[in-house]
Design a protein around this ligand. Structure first.
Ligand SMILES: Cc1cc2nc3c(=O)[nH]c(=O)nc-3n(C[C@H](O)[C@H](O)[C@H](O)COP(=O)(O)O)c2cc1C
Length: 167
């Protein structure tokens, strides 16, 4: 084997998972950001975690509001998911810019994409500094699923978003 850097490893491990971190902005609307670095932590109690760059607007919102919904987006919105990963909610209304249809889930003012295979509604438990990212550790409040939506993954590192059979 040859010695490589960690970013190169993340290319070799692709397809990597893709989620959308949904948070509430001060005006009440929802911000969407694409995140590959998420994981289940515990089934009982339900816990998940995800890592986001310290500079992300989503991070600022979840640290303020302590609420987040992690959506696994459906294949219909693959292009929009790339858009949500290459622009910031600090200066962009991503929902309208990328024409993403949204839906409500019970008990939350945060919306999620209509085309979601899974939605994990969470409360922020704590966040930990991890190098250039923060790791957000969350308690799971509710989980929703729709098996008719096809999950997408990121290919060639983070260059392309497509279902597993199209990568
Ligand atoms: C496929 C893909 C995966 C990504 N995964 C992550 C990730 O795991 N963590 C992260 O901090 N940023 C990730 N990003 C980049 C963020 O989505 C990007 O920085 C975005 O602008 C953050 O938006 P925000 O400032 O509105 O929060 C990813 C981008 C793409 C396209």
């Amino acid at each position: 084997m040859e010695q490589i850097k960690l970013p190169q490893a993340s290319v070799l491990t692709s397809p990597n998972p893709v989620s959308i971190v949904c948070t509430q902005k001060p005006d009440g609307t929802t911000n969407l950001a694409t995140v590959s670095w998420w994981t289940y932590l515990s089934f009982n109690p339900g816990m998940i975690a995800y890592a986001m760059a310290k500079t992300s607007y989503s991070g600022e919102m979840v640290r303020q509001n302590k609420e987040v919904i992690l959506s696994i987006p459906g294949a219909e919105i693959a292009d929009a998911v790339m858009g949500c990963g290459t622009s910031t909610g600090r200066n962009t209304d991503k929902v309208s810019k990328f024409g993403i249809e949204m839906q409500n889930i019970p008990g939350s003012e945060i919306q999620i994409p209509l085309h979601s295979r899974v939605a994990i509604q969470c409360s922020l438990k704590e966040f930990i500094e991890t190098g250039d990212h923060y790791l957000y550790i969350c308690d799971v409040d509710q989980v929703y699923g729709n098996k008719d939506e096809r999950a997408v993954f990121s290919w060639d590192g983070y260059a392309k978003i497509a279902p597993a059979n199209q990568g």
